[in-house]
Design a protein around this ligand. Structure first.
Ligand code: SAM
Length: 348
């Protein structure tokens, strides 16, 4: 185990068999060693900083039927909402006053928000806040659409690949297709977005071999950001009887990702924080370096229920995270927090 972990630290690469060996055999002693190497790598790239993003969930309408997701189209118990331009701008203005410099606008795949609508919105946001980094997380669209939204001023795009195993992908995403998902990620990169991929831990049929495929897919794609979170079953979805994804395994996968992609921005996800009281601390100590706090208006927050008991931490709770970060030797950084390879940002 030591040889493989040392090799990973040195080369930032492992083959499939080596990754499977780690996942099959790691114990608490080697976990501590893995996390230490992941932290050393993080200190070398971004230092002891945790970047903070304001997350605005602006619509829970979705045309898809992902079998794990609480806001899937066929869940008729969802109280659907869409925020107007005015509501979106007002949420951003409040968070900007709190010092936030990066915003993530997330929604289901909602075609109500046409390219023209979003282009206007993005331009208006960028006119008001020229210095901020704007991220979209709105699912799959055409190359042309991604290109228009980029030209309008969007900096980043989050689109998790969910699983790199095409059979599992196609089974859990009716009417969607792995090749299209993968194609969208390469489109986003080609256009120039800081692109985020990532996967869910604990999906049905997901073995360590499949997780190794996820990590190798990430290594090949080289995304700027990687979100990894445990599955949290939602009672109104076909996966209601599935077990919760393992937080321990999620944290190991965060550490392996840090070592495979030293320059990736890796959030400690809301899902991990929801099922694990010390998710934030454990995730950061394993190489995670981003936290997303919620800036959606209170009156819609509970309605964006992708899984049960979603632990939405409010943007105003920043001080709590400052203290929690300090306790483990980190500081919360409110700057844009770009990936090191973007904006000529080699000296971030
Ligand atoms: N529609 C956009 C997309 O497809 O990228 C963004 C919104 S989607 C709700 C955001 C993420 O939530 C997904 O990428 C998925 O990984 C995660 N998610 C949905 N349901 C989940 C669940 N039950 N447990 C854990 N993560 C979940």
């Amino acid at each position: 185990m030591k040889n493989i972990l040392d090799k990973l630290y040195k080369d930032n690469y492992l083959n499939k068999e080596e990754i499977i060996f780690i996942l099959d055999n790691i114990n608490s002693k080697w976990e501590s060693y893995l996390f230490k190497l992941a932290r050393k790598t993080l200190f070398r790239t971004y230092g002891n900083r945790v970047f903070v993003r304001g997350l605005l969930e602006f619509s829970n309408y979705c045309r898809n039927n992902c079998i794990y997701c609480g806001i899937r189209k066929d869940n008729k118990n969802v109280d659907r909402y869409r925020l107007s331009k005015k509501e979106i701008l007002s949420s951003l203005s409040e968070s900007s006053r709190l010092g936030y410099n990066t915003f993530v606008l997330q929604s289901g795949e909602d075609i109500y928000y046409t390219d023209e609508y979003l282009e206007d919105l993005i331009k208006e946001i960028k006119l008001k806040y020229p210095e901020i980094a704007l991220t979209l997380s709105i699912g799959e669209r055409s190359f042309k659409s991604y290109e228009k939204l980029f030209k309008a001023g969007t900096d980043r795009f989050l689109l998790r690949h969910e699983t790199a195993n095409s059979t599992i992908y196609n089974n859990i995403h009716p009417d969607m297709d792995w090749n299209r998902r993968k194609g969208s990620l390469y489109d986003l990169k080609k256009i120039g977005y800081q692109t985020g991929a990532g996967f869910i831990v604990g999906l049905p049929e997901q073995t360590n071999k499949v997780l190794a495929e996820d990590l190798l897919f990430l290594k090949e794609l080289e995304p700027a950001m990687v979100g990894i979170g445990p599955l949290i079953p939602h009672p109104n979805t076909p996966l209601k009887k599935e077990k919760i994804g393992s937080p321990e395994k999620t944290i190991i996968l965060i550490a392996l990702t840090r070592l495979l992609l030293p320059e990736a921005l890796i959030p400690v996800t809301t899902a991990l924080n929801t099922i694990y009281k010390y998710g934030f601390e454990s995730g950061v100590l394993a190489g995670g370096n981003v936290i997303m706090l919620n800036i959606s208006p209170n009156y819609v927050r509970k309605k964006y229920e992708i899984y049960k008991n979603k632990e939405t931490k409010d943007a105003k709770e920043l001080d709590i995270f400052r203290k929690r970060a300090k306790k483990i030797g980190f500081i919360v950084d409110m700057e844009r927090g770009d990936n090191l390879n973007f904006r000529g940002n080699k000296n971030v």
